[in-house]
Write a protein of this length. Structure first.
Length: 122
């Protein structure tokens, strides 16, 4: 488990549904954003317990989910640090994670920015 003090200081916490259920309301006590990933159903972003954004990934044929979650986390960090709005950042991250799931392996499955932008343009 992660300490309450650490959760309160985090600017961004990304958890899956199981982790969100485990930590419960504790995730929403700090001032940072909380993203709950939901696999093929997408992701939801909260701030102080209030839903602020929601996105679904593009439809893809998944072959290996290894690394897709890590890809999502990296992409959401890039998007937010570049100043994207929460909806756009989640959409970008969902697309990156979806692309990663279409390829075998972890690191080899990571898409380029151009690939993410191309799938979003469809």
């Amino acid at each position: 488990p992660v300490s309450d003090q650490l959760l309160r200081r985090a600017d961004l916490i990304v958890v899956n549904e199981t982790e969100a259920a485990f930590y419960g309301d504790l995730l929403h006590h700090g001032g940072g954003r909380v993203v709950v990933t939901q696999g093929a159903r997408g992701a939801v972003m909260y701030q102080r317990g209030v839903e602020m954004a929601w996105a679904t990934p593009p439809k893809v044929r998944a072959v290996d989910a290894t690394g897709a979650g890590d890809c999502f986390v990296g992409a959401i960090c890039v998007a937010l640090l570049e100043g994207m709005e929460p909806d756009a950042a989640l959409t970008f991250a969902c697309a990156a994670g979806a692309i990663a799931a279409t390829r075998p392996g972890a690191q080899p499955s990571l898409p380029t920015r151009e690939e993410v932008e191309a799938i979003l343009a469809r």
